[in-house]
Design a protein around this ligand. Structure first.
Ligand SMILES: CC(C)(COP(=O)(O)OP(=O)(O)OC[C@H]1O[C@@H](n2cnc3c(N)ncnc32)[C@H](O)[C@@H]1OP(=O)(O)O)[C@@H](O)C(=O)NCCC(=O)NCCS
Length: 148
């Protein structure tokens, strides 16, 4: 994977249909249109382009010293090529610039691939919320110390 071909751009409403494809191929209960489109002054919403194709979606927030990731998803056929790590590296760098101390996220205990991906990156499981998701699975609360 040639990293120079990857671009991380601001999410715009015109990207909605392509983002919906990414989410619906990865999740049984994908985000609604409103959820994808909603934003506030803390939101960081991005699409990841490979050449001219959108192959990933990122959603997060930065509020003072705390960052969070609410969504990171890569088109299935582009997974396992380092794109997820590329997106995390980008968000960690942005967080450093903004003085963020911790990045938080929630992930289903059933999502073994994502848990391994985050753990390999350096996220730590801090807490568990039992039966948090619609399918009854627990939520793992994970934290990445930006400045360990
Ligand atoms: C989780 C997710 C974002 C990871 O994205 P990804 O692009 O597949 O991630 P990466 O390629 O960077 O890393 C995944 C694996 O590929 C491996 N990998 C990285 N670069 C690689 C390369 N150049 N060649 C081969 N394998 C590579 C990594 O070692 C990693 O393996 P591991 O998980 O056993 O450590 C992606 O799987 C996804 O979209 N999942 C569905 C949505 C989801 O569950 N999101 C999380 C919600 S909280």
């Amino acid at each position: 994977m040639k990293k120079q071909k990857i671009k991380i751009n601001d999410f715009k409403p015109e990207h909605l249909d392509q983002v919906k494809v990414i989410l619906s191929e990865n999740f049984k209960y994908p985000w609604s249109d409103n959820h994808i489109l909603s934003s506030n002054s803390f939101s960081v919403k991005k699409v990841i382009f490979l050449d001219r194709k959108i192959i990933g979606f990122f959603s997060g927030e930065i509020i003072l010293s705390e960052g969070s990731i609410t969504m990171i998803a890569v088109r299935k056929k582009y997974q396992n090529r380092g794109i997820g790590k590329y997106i995390l590296d980008w968000f960690v760098n942005l967080s450093k610039e903004k003085g963020v101390k911790n990045i938080w996220l929630e992930v289903s205990s059933k999502n073994k691939k994502a848990i391994r991906f985050y753990e390999n990156y350096g996220f730590i499981i801090e807490d568990i919320r039992p039966s948090y998701y619609r399918d009854g699975s627990d939520a793992l609360i994970m934290r990445f110390p930006v400045y360990p």
